[in-house]
Write a new protein. Structure first.
Length: 319
């Protein structure tokens, strides 16, 4: 089976409806939904913000370290079925501390599952702390310090949530600090925002990968820059369809970018919300965008090469 790296997945976005109900029951939390069908009926999104509103509401069922561990372990088990052998997962610590969950509970639970991932699932992992760009940058710095204090190992930092109107440059200090501490850097850009948001993330934050980058296709100079500097885009085509960033999978720019030499990768983003895990995304692209076996093999290879795994591990996963 082809080995894949998943480089763009939000752990909270892997919270399946069944687990929402199970955790609500376990923790005695009332849900505003009559049943699973009532919840699922709300997964028809108009845009990024309408998704984020539901995403932040649903994650309130996550209370104990065991809840975070169960969430993470369920993702890893499902990802392995999709062929994932390396997972660099995003975690929105601020979304949990803001509702009173201590950082050591949230991060401790995630870490418990990640630490067992190699033995349990044959997946090597890394944890990327994603800052919420709709909140002030000072809060990102505070979250970063809290995360470091827990002692849970971090692979990197990233930037997500509401894009338009929240410039990447505001987060330059916390990204510089993380880089000085030896962490890797990524940022969401060009999802709803235009190509200028991608330029901003590259210039102001000096990130090593761009998450999404769909709108880069509108700027030839940017495409040349991404190709020349070999800056990967971690793209999420199913997410882009569900959040109306593109009208259909058939209209997604990932294949054109691949042909033009951009280091694109394919990912699931929030698989519990957007219709599937990595294997589902690849199947959709084969069916609707006409990806060939060779294209799929190239995307798998790109994913390993764009990961932050060691060179030895990359060689092992590519073999
Ligand atoms: N975009 C921005 N922030 C997010 C997303 C996304 O697709 N998913 C979870 N947080
Ligand atoms: Zn994302």
């Amino acid at each position: 089976m082809t080995a894949w790296a998943e480089l763009h997945v939000h752990l909270e976005g892997t919270l399946e409806p069944e687990l929402i109900f199970a955790l609500a029951e376990r923790n005695g939390i009332p849900l505003p939904y009559a049943d699973l069908d009532d919840l699922r009926a709300r997964y028809d999104f108009a845009d990024l913000q309408s998704f984020l509103d539901l995403y932040y509401t649903n994650m309130q069922v996550l209370q104990t370290a065991q809840d975070f561990a169960d969430l993470t372990d369920a993702y890893l088990a499902r990802a392995r079925q999709a062929g994932v052998r390396r997972a660099e997962v995003f975690f929105d610590l601020q979304a949990h501390t803001a509702r009173g969950i201590p950082p050591e509970v949230a991060l401790g639970g995630v870490h418990q599952a990640l630490a067992a991932a190699e033995a349990q699932h044959g997946i090597s992992t890394g944890l990327i702390l994603t800052f919420l760009r709709h909140l002030p940058a000072g809060e990102a710095m505070a979250a970063y310090r809290q995360a470091v204090e827990t002692g849970v190992p971090l692979l990197g930092v990233g930037l997500c949530s509401t894009e338009i109107g929240h410039p990447a440059a505001e987060f330059a200090d916390v990204f510089s600090q993380a880089r000085a501490d030896g962490l890797r850097t990524v940022a969401h850009a060009g999802e709803e925002g235009d190509a200028s948001y991608v330029w901003d993330a590259l210039r102001a934050l000096d990130v090593e990968r761009i998450d999404h980058g769909v709108h880069a296709i509108e700027d030839d100079r940017l495409i040349d820059h991404l190709v020349g500097e070999r800056i990967p885009l971690t793209m999420c085509p199913l997410s882009n369809v569900r959040l109306k960033v593109v009208p259909s999978l058939a209209a997604h720019p990932i294949l054109e970018m691949l042909r033009r030499g951009v280091h694109v990768t394919v990912n699931s983003d929030d698989p519990a919300y957007f219709g599937g895990y990595l294997d589902d995304v690849v199947a959709g692209l084969r069916a609707e965008l006409g990806l060939t076996d060779a294209d799929v093999a190239q995307l798998a290879r790109n994913s390993i090469l764009a990961s932050f795994a060691s060179e030895a591990e990359k060689a092992r996963l590519l073999a």
